[in-house]
Design a binder for this molecule. Structure first.
Ligand code: IPM
Ligand code: MG
Length: 359
């Protein structure tokens, strides 16, 4: 099989981890006899520096004709000025919108080998296996927003959460289909006691579940109590579906269950066209360039890429087993050990993954 993969390394540790994931993909291609054609493009702060635009047209064009996209991270202190004309994050939001990537899948799975790396108690987190479906192209992120000067010298700013029936339908449906293939349970998270947009979510979601998925165990939880339940009973959740902003916040919270952000991949999908895969961690400017970033989240994102965009399940599973084998053998990057304990760098841990893939 021949496939075109666009790499968007971006900022901070992005290039370091993306290039290691590329080595893993190349190894898989060789072992399973596939042709993967890589091309690299600009996004984020590095794109602003080079072109003045966080998402240059050349990047969008390349992404649109690709089979899949692997992204590192965007952003960093260099581009953090609140008065700047454009920000690196704008590039990421724009590519999501341009490609219609309305569903952001964020699996939160604890690795048995890393249970003691979590700040939470082992008996609470053991066995956690949650799949978040975060809506990604609507809500507060994309609704009308503005800033105005008031006569009394104050400023007034607003951001609006907007959803339509069909935007809710398609993400709930996608999440429900995933639940059917897992433990048949779906939790919808909203703030329907306060927000009109959440009340739409609640009605539409209840209807879809009743009409199309009557055998799925379905419940609704308010976002504030979800923040609590995620820490007190994470193993009781299977698939969780929620709006853009709630999903952004809850998945960062949930990332502490497995112990390190450095282990968590994500996939952003539309109804057709290429998917975009990335680690959920950011650009980590404090450790950029030091060669110590954990590449495993991006390597696991490349497994999701093979599974969801290229339909290569055995290849994806091979990467996931290799990562597990590396952890089981006791190899750790700095984020996974106590301060001062010995650890491996970005390239060294990747070498172990490549070795595990070759046996
Ligand atoms: C994420 C990130 C992005 C978001 C930022 C970088 C725009 O936090 O993917 O969760 O808020 O969606
Ligand atoms: Mg986020």
């Amino acid at each position: 099989m021949q496939s075109k993969i666009v790499l968007l390394p971006g900022d901070g540790i992005g290039p370091e981890v993306v290039h290691q994931a590329q080595r893993v993909l190349e190894t898989i291609a060789k072992r399973f006899g596939h042709q993967l054609q890589f091309s690299e493009h600009l996004i984020g702060g590095i794109a602003i520096d080079a072109t003045g635009d966080a998402l240059p047209d050349a990047t969008t064009v390349a992404c649109k004709s690709a089979d899949a996209i692997l992204l590192g991270a965007v952003g960093g202190p260099k581009w953090d000025d609140p008065n700047a004309k454009t920000r690196p994050e704008a590039g990421l939001l724009k590519i999501r919108k341009e490609l219609g990537l309305f569903a952001n899948l964020r699996p939160i799975v604890t690795f048995d080998e890393l249970l003691d790396s979590s700040p939470l108690k082992r008996e609470i987190i053991e066995g956690t296996d949650i799949l978040f479906y975060r809506e990604l192209t609507g809500g507060l992120y994309f609704g009308p927003s503005g800033l105005e000067e008031l006569a009394d010298g104050q400023q007034r700013a607003f951001s609006t959460a907007v959803y339509t029936t069909s935007e809710v339908e398609r993400i709930v449906r996608m999440a429900a289909l995933a639940a059917q293939k897992r433990r048949n349970k779906l939790t919808m998270v909203d703030k329907a006691n306060v927000l009109e947009a959440s009340r739409l979510w609640r009605r539409v979601s209840a209807r879809i579940m009743k009409e199309e998925f009557p055998s799925i165990e379905y419940d609704v939880v308010l976002v504030d109590s979800m923040a609590m339940h995620l820490l007190s009973r994470p193993t009781s959740f299977d698939v969780v579906v929620t709006s853009n902003m709630f999903g952004d916040i809850l998945t960062d919270e949930a990332s502490m269950l497995p112990g390190s952000l450095g282990m968590l991949p994500s996939a952003s999908l539309g109804s057709d066209g290429p998917g975009l895969y990335e680690p959920i961690h950011g650009s980590a400017p404090d450790i950029a360039g030091k060669g110590i970033a954990n590449p495993l989240a991006t390597i696991l994102a490349s497994a999701m890429l093979l599974r969801h965009s290229l339909g290569l399940e055995a290849e994806a599973a091979a990467i996931e087993s290799a990562v597990k084998a590396v952890l089981a053998a006791g190899h750790r990057t700095a984020d996974l050990v106590r301060k001062g304990q010995p650890s491996l760098g970005t390239v060294a841990i990747t070498e172990h993954v490549l070795a595990a893939l070759s046996v």
